[in-house]
Unconditional design. Sequence first.
Lengths: 271, 219
Amino acid sequence: MSPTEPVLQVRNLSKSFGTNTVLRGIDLDVPRGKVVALIGPSGSGKTTILRSLNGLEMPDAGSVTVGARGTNGEGGPVDVESQLPSLTLDFETKVSPKEVAALRDRSAMVFQHYNLFPHMSVLQNVVEGPVRVQKRPRAEVVAEAEALLARVGLLEKRDAYPFELSGGQQQRVGIVRALALKPQLLLFDEPTSALDPELVDDVLAVIKELADDGWTMVIVTHELAFARQTADEVVFMDGGVVVERGPASQVLREPKEERTQQFVRRLLHEI
Amino acid sequence: MDFNLFWSSLGPLLLGAIKGTIPLALASFALGLVLALLVAMMRISANKLANGVGRFYVSIIRGTPLLVQLFVIFYGLPAIGVKIDPWPSAIIAFSLNVGGYAAEVIRAAILSVPQGQWEAGHMIGMSRNQTLLRIILPQAARVSVPPLSNTFISLVKDTSLASLILVTEMFRVAQQVAAFSQEFMLLYLEAALIYWVICLALSTAQTRLEKRLDRYVAH
């Protein structure tokens, strides 16, 4: 597999909730080591795409393919001992719980409201998945978790409970929890929307660093400045379809479509 | 009142509590909780049949007196050829009763845990059962301790009903001593005192458990 081959390939993804159609045939390619930002007004379907990529939402049609993992050093920061084969979920047919589990093995999500486990310490939050689900040796996982926590400046909080942390700190733990799973694909669902403005920058800095490290990421965000700096590609969605996509600088600075222009102008005016 | 009788009957009454009331309450509560968890899962499942069966069970248990349930099992079932001894009859009746009440407590407690916790559990790769056991129930436990403690304290007192199906628990011992000595006031007050002390101890345990489970919540 070449480094430019997509880690993620979404084809014709469609989803309705009752009579409300939220995704209308979405295609999306994310090459290895690239960052795609999904932007668009509320209800445009961007969060539904992200949730579909982690099996939290079941699309009605279309398919999701997550490519095989690269070997060491090949376009991505993940050291891989075990090679996961390429996986395709075709939602035209019934998807089994096993397939959903396989999809979750390959992606990890950072939630808007962090969703840390309140009854577990910071360290427990991070090691729970790798130890309980992936059955990796605890000592090894703890060492990795501590290194990751140190990296986001939270090692001294390892024994704290989530309620003892600020929103920004909780979200950084949320990011570490996702990283500890060693996914091929990191998914961020409006990771800074629930934060106080002064806490946003710390979290964005961490995500920017991960992008620089070569993680493959899909980010739903309203932070246009951040998207411009971090994303390789920006996808603007509205009404369940992709209206415009392209390099971040083009879509955000010189959008071609009128709807994109309106959206970008409105968000920039808010700032 | 004959205070010598108070002291001389204290031993037999306490023995009745230790050998009857307390094990009866503990066994019934433990079995009842397992049953309650199963019924709670049925009640929150998407399966309409499971949900209906769970709802019907809870409705029957809550809609009929405990004494009637106890009598149906011990005196009623033999009529259709099912004869159960006093002790197992009492444990079955009390477990079924606790199961009905605690199911609603556990169901409400599970539903009080935010949906995002299920999603985070699934995100890290946990199955539904793993998420339930590791993520949801520990959080549900915190909110369900006060109402479940009520259920348990009620159960301790309700075990006195087992005296009516010949189980030798504390209250039956008190009845026997009272009948023999004709000191009804003394013996029933003495039994009441012991129930009260047991329930005080349980209330203290409840407070400590609540504090322990509250340690991860902002105050």
